[in-house]
Design a protein around this ligand. Structure first.
Ligand code: SF4
Length: 477
């Protein structure tokens, strides 16, 4: 197939999925910029932050065109233009493992990933997203400008300044969270005014991970302080609940399904009333994950979610044992998890999905066995699926200096758990190798990004990334 044929295939694919989108389209206009999510369409369209920034840029009069890192040529959804056609590419980066994907996406588009290698013929790069709350330095060598923290109020202003070209540095540096990396250290994260909440998606599509759902933010941040979690860090500024009336008013009239988004949805004081109001409008409802203790205390939540068509109830155990759950201040106990299984069975959910982490500091094989025993008891009540991920220490959390358990130990414990769960519950472990990359990047400085760029230029395999990021820090071993 020729390059022209491949490009036409991409154009046809973009037009096909564009025809399935419902909501308010993004009008093509000037001045124009590309807004890139460095992951496939189905992931990017499920990112409420990405949709919120696109919406605010568009409403400010900018011709924002979405782009996603699908296989093949990266072309914008709105005009099927390559990224290299634009003078500005804004990127939203959620977490460390999107950094290699961002590097690859820029390079595939003919844009040098490192800012110092770009010239006046290349677009400038403006970066933001949740990664800036954890480690903005990882974006310092790629982006010409970074918006640290919440960019709801600043993204359009920064983008307009970069598009105007003259004087953009002063404008960006004058914005809350605005950072020009080659001139200063990162600023404190910006916090958007509560009046700008909730973020809501502008377009819904059956091809997003949250299929055909209009996403609405129920709350932002979290008021709890689980020791492993960045949501409890000071940069997130506690939990901000969106009032019920504003949530309901954000749901478009033609919506069919609504996804409530937030790290602490089940802590929203009016959650049951919100779910009831949505159900009365005949809307399908989705929520990503709920606290087991809240479901156990307010069983009406699960009832209304089931009435709203949800088929999977998702809760988090997070640690392998009661002792470890106490040590990470999770506040969820075995009794709550068993109650979740009973509620899932009673309400007719197809499956109870259970998030868990392996490799927390102080974890022993006995903790893994305790978890297998608990899951076995839950699975005797209702069908259970365990989504297992390795613990990765994150900056600004109490466990920031804790070691990553290591690929070998994580794999051995995962095998032990899999053996004990065989025939009782399905186990879906995420990659220990990519967790290692995530852990190395989480605490790394800007120079790590240069090594990622080199590794991606040589194929970006795990072995190459491992070589690029070097040996484990001494306290890991
Ligand atoms: S794990 Fe959940 S409850 Fe704990 S701080 Fe993070 S978001 Fe909040």
């Amino acid at each position: 197939m020729t390059a022209q044929d491949l490009r036409w295939n991409r154009v046809r694919e973009i037009r096909r999925r564009g025809a399935l989108e419902r909501g308010r389209p993004f009008p093509v206009g000037h001045p124009r910029l590309a807004l890139l999510y460095p992951a496939p369409y189905r992931v990017g369209m499920s990112s409420l932050g990405f949709q919120q920034v696109a919406d605010r840029m568009s409403d400010a009069g900018l011709g924002v065109e979405r782009a996603f890192a699908d296989p093949g040529a990266i072309l914008t959804e709105e005009s099927t233009s390559p990224l290299s056609d634009f003078s500005l590419v804004a990127v939203s980066v959620a977490w460390e493992l999107e950094l290699p994907d961002l590097v690859r996406a820029l390079a595939r588009s003919g844009i040098p990933p490192l800012a110092r290698d770009r010239t006046s013929v290349h677009p400038r790069v403006l970066a933001g997203g949740p990664l800036t709350l954890v480690n903005p330095g990882l974006l310092a060598r790629i982006a010409d400008a970074v918006l640290v923290g919440e960019a709801d109020a600043t993204a359009a202003t920064a983008a307009a300044a970069l598009l105007r070209d003259v004087g953009w540095r002063a404008v960006v540096q004058g914005l809350p969270g605005g950072w020009v990396p080659d001139t200063s250290a990162p600023p404190a994260p910006a916090r958007a005014d509560d009046a700008l909440l909730p973020a809501r998606s502008r377009l819904a599509t059956p091809e997003a991970e949250f299929s055909d759902m209009h996403l609405v933010e129920a709350n932002r941040g979290c008021g709890r302080s689980c020791t492993f979690c960045v949501m409890g860090s000071p940069g997130h500024g506690g939990r901000r609940d969106v009032p019920l009336e504003r949530i309901l008013a954000s749901v478009p009239q033609d919506a069919r399904r609504v996804g409530l988004v937030g790290a602490a949805v089940s802590d929203h004081p009016d959650l049951e009333d919100i779910l009831l109001a949505l159900a009365e409008r005949g809307l399908g409802i989705g929520v990503s994950s709920l606290r087991a203790d809240r479901i156990a205390a307010r069983s009406g939540i699960a009832t209304r979610l089931r009435q709203g068509g949800m088929r999977t109830l998702t809760v988090a155990a997070d640690a392998m044992s009661e002792r470890l759950r106490r040590s990470i201040r999770k506040g969820v106990r075995e009794a709550h998890l068993l109650a979740s299984a009973r509620i899932a069975a009673a309400e007719g959910f197809e499956v109870l999905k259970l998030y868990a982490m392996i490799g927390l500091p102080g974890e022993a094989e006995e903790d893994v066995d305790e978890f297998a025993d608990l899951v076995g008891r839950m699975a005797a009540i209702h069908r259970v699926e365990v989504a297992l991920s390795p613990f990765v220490p994150k900056p600004h959390t109490p466990l920031a200096a804790a070691p990553f358990a290591g690929v070998t130990r994580v794999d051995a414990r995962t095998r032990r758990l899999a053996e004990r769960l065989r025939g009782r519950a399905r186990l879906r472990p995420s990659s220990s190798r990519w967790a290692w990359v995530e852990a190395r990047l989480a605490g790394a400085g800007p120079e790590a990004t240069e090594r990622i760029v080199e590794a991606m230029a040589e194929g970006g395999s795990f072995a190459r990334l491992r070589r690029a990021l070097g040996p484990d820090p001494p306290h890991w071993t």
